[in-house]
Design a protein around this ligand. Structure first.
Ligand SMILES: [Mn+2]
Length: 674
């Protein structure tokens, strides 16, 4: 689906002053403004996270002095310490960081990670077991802030220190110390640390107090902290930005045997790492253990002192990650098919997606919802039916606040919660049909047609001649990218692409060159899974959105565009009228019913259409833009069905009268014509 481009706005005065003082291009200055930079000082800190950004004093965190004193007492008295973590990447990593640091300081320390069945946070049986083993000091990481009741059960038998980064609910008054920057009276300036970030601050404090190491320079295990910071999707600004910057720098030469094995199995040895590698390659492998078996394997890996052991665990994680991926893919396909059936039943015009099955694991429904939202850009709810009850995961588009919408239906739910973009609930399975109808009409009534067009934020619309190595190098300085600091995105309109070529093992990826006015300066572009656009690039002008990156080949550095979207140029095409809709329909129908019909892509079809008797005399109506728009309308009306890879389609016989106004996409784009 073609996205609406939304250009960021910036304060011209700030851009000018940044350009004048910092020797950066105005494009870079604009991007900095879009990231919230409002003066030269802030820009200088941002552009030099290693030196100009400073660590904050860990002792200013509420609860830190008391915690440090109690831990030192435990170390000196050889008391038994247990670190209590969590089964996600942040929890696994926090546990490993604390155990490694305390062991180096001579503590007698072990760890405990609850299983997914036990659930998140403290549970009394687990606490009781720890007490029974004669442990004197319990330290939580990445959890505990909402466990005042559980602590009450054991507080007379064991000392508890809570360290967390989640929002506090009831105040905890029965622990030795509570460290969480979100506590109301905590004056620590940075509230964005993840669980491992908080644990790291404790390690800085301990090493300062015991060994006199300046916390400004203490960076042990910073690679693990960086991994957790990216995986926990916290904002990559301030101290987090410094942590991730340093972590990425240290990681390729890490001395952590387990982390090294993890990097190796992920195929990243010897590579310069970025946040995508951490988020999409390393984190899912650690997360997989938490999903399918015991997360303690993940901690064991990160604590390992033995290369053989580390290799074995890393390979196991790799296998489990593959199993998880298979499960997810299968489930997303099923959910997609279910939605398409539903849409066919209801004649196409739906404002939401609500699909359910008793075969779907509740651990994967969130991911399926996110995928369907990405594909159709409709508020999406995916449910896992477990007998009488169904558990739901919800994802929403910008225009619809999911939590507020659920408030409206709260009588349906036995429990629910969430925020604007994502939420969850539990309901009675028998009410599902009724809820689906009511939810869908509620969405339809409360949103405008335009709200259903996805939006892509763009840092600047530029001309291909502006793309050069200097720009890409400056963009590199804005990394590491993540929440609140997205990778800069640029757009070009009416571009001529040359030398398009399919690449990759399955020949499904695309490379081409963006024609620049400068004759010997075409820019290489790469687009994943888009080789079907070759005929379009050969024949027409395109509009593209991309991220410029540095590419080093044979020691020669050049700029390369990672293309996020390719669309046929809007200006050289026109939205189809009724007449051309019918022509395109007839053409596709004849083709798909031909005996030797070989499915191939719509861009290819357009070449055939242009040469057929159905073609229009108006060249604008023979463009791929026209063809793709028509196909999207047909798809919404259930008149054309694509297979799951989108490379072939069937056109079922339809007895229904073709009413174009049943398609939202048609209505939105055809307003002027009515
Ligand atoms: Mn966390």
């Amino acid at each position: 689906m073609r996205k609406k481009w939304l250009l960021y706005e910036e304060d011209k005065k700030i851009v000018e002053s940044l350009v004048d003082t910092l020797d950066i291009s105005s494009l870079t200055a604009k991007v900095l403004c879009h990231r919230g930079i409002s003066n030269i000082e802030e820009a200088e800190v941002f552009l030099d996270p290693e030196n100009r950004q400073k660590f904050h004093d860990p002792f200013t965190m509420k609860g830190m002095p008391e915690a440090v004193d109690r831990i030192i007492k435990a170390i000196n008295g050889k008391e038994k310490i247990v670190i209590y973590g969590d089964y996600d990447v942040d929890g696994i990593t926090s546990s490993a960081i604390m155990v490694r640091t305390l062991r180096k300081l001579g503590a007698v320390v072990n760890f405990y990670i609850p299983s997914r069945e036990e659930g998140y946070g403290f549970n009394v049986p687990a606490l009781q077991n720890i007490v029974d083993e004669g442990v004197n000091l319990l330290i939580s990481v990445d959890c505990g802030i909402s466990n005042v009741k559980e602590i009450e059960e054991v507080k007379d038998q064991i000392d508890v220190i809570v360290t967390d980064h989640h929002l506090p609910s009831d105040p905890i008054n029965n622990a030795i110390s509570v460290i969480d920057p979100h506590q109301e009276d905590c004056t620590y300036p940075d509230k964005n640390l993840c669980g491992a970030g908080v644990a790291f601050k404790i390690c800085q404090a301990l090493n300062a107090k015991i060994k006199g190491i300046d916390f400004h320079t203490y960076v042990d295990d910073i690679d693990l902290v960086a991994l957790a910071t990216v995986a926990d999707i916290v904002p990559l600004v301030g101290e987090n930005r410094k942590i991730v910057y340093l972590g990425l720098k240290h990681m390729p030469k890490t001395s952590n045997i387990g982390l090294r094995a993890l990097i190796e199995t992920a195929g990243l040895s010897g590579k310069t790492l970025n946040t995508n590698h951490l988020g999409y390659k390393l984190a899912p492998r650690l997360n997989a253990v938490g999903r399918l078996t015991y997360a303690s394997e993940g901690v064991k890996l990160l604590l390992s002192e033995n290369q053989e052991e580390a290799k074995t665990i890393a390979q196991k994680l790799d296998e489990e990650n593959n199993i998880r991926k298979d499960k997810e893919t299968r489930m997303v396909d099923e959910a997609n098919e279910k939605y398409k059936e539903l849409r066919k039943e209801r004649g196409g015009d739906m404002s939401s997606i609500i699909v359910a099955s008793d075969k779907w694991h509740p651990g994967v429904i969130g991911l399926a919802a996110a995928r369907l939202l990405e594909k159709y850009y409709l508020p999406t709810i995916v449910l896992s039916i477990q007998g009488e009850y169904a558990r739901a995961s919800c994802r929403s588009i910008d225009a619809l606040h999911m939590k507020h919408t659920l408030d409206h239906f709260k009588d349906y739910f036995t429990q629910y919660g969430g925020h604007s973009k994502a939420a969850g609930f539990t309901m009675m399975t028998k009410d599902l049909e009724k809820f689906r109808d009511e939810f869908d009409s509620y969405v339809k009534q409360n949103l405008k047609e335009e709200d259903f067009i996805p939006v892509q934020k763009v840092d600047a619309l530029i001309h291909p001649t502006e793309l050069n190595v200097k720009l890409a190098k400056e963009m590199d300085k804005i990394a590491p990218f993540g929440v609140d600091n997205p990778q800069p995105v640029f757009a070009c309109k009416n571009v001529k692409g040359v030398y398009p070529k399919a690449m990759g093992q399955e020949q499904n990826h695309l490379s081409f060159f963006i024609k620049s006015d400068d004759a010997n300066f075409d820019i290489r572009a790469v687009a994943w899974s888009k080789s079907s656009f070759i005929p379009l690039i050969e024949n027409e002008l395109i509009d593209i959105i991309f991220e410029p990156e540095l590419n080093t080949f044979n020691e020669k550095v050049s700029v390369q565009c990672m293309v996020k979207s390719i669309d046929p140029s809007e200006e050289t095409g026109a939205f189809p009228n009724r007449e051309i809709m019918i022509s395109i329909y007839k053409f596709l129908w004849r083709y798909s019913n031909e005996l030797n019909y070989e499915p191939y892509d719509i861009c290819q079809f357009n070449v055939g259409f242009r040469n057929s008797e159905f073609a229009s005399k108006n060249p604008k109506l023979n463009s791929t833009y026209t063809m793709l728009s028509a196909v999207q309308v047909f798809e919404e009306l259930g008149l054309i069905h694509f297979n799951s890879c989108g490379d072939s389609f069937i056109m079922p016989k339809s007895s229904r009268k073709l009413n174009l106004d049943d398609s939202r996409f048609w209505r939105i784009n055809h307003k002027s014509d009515r």
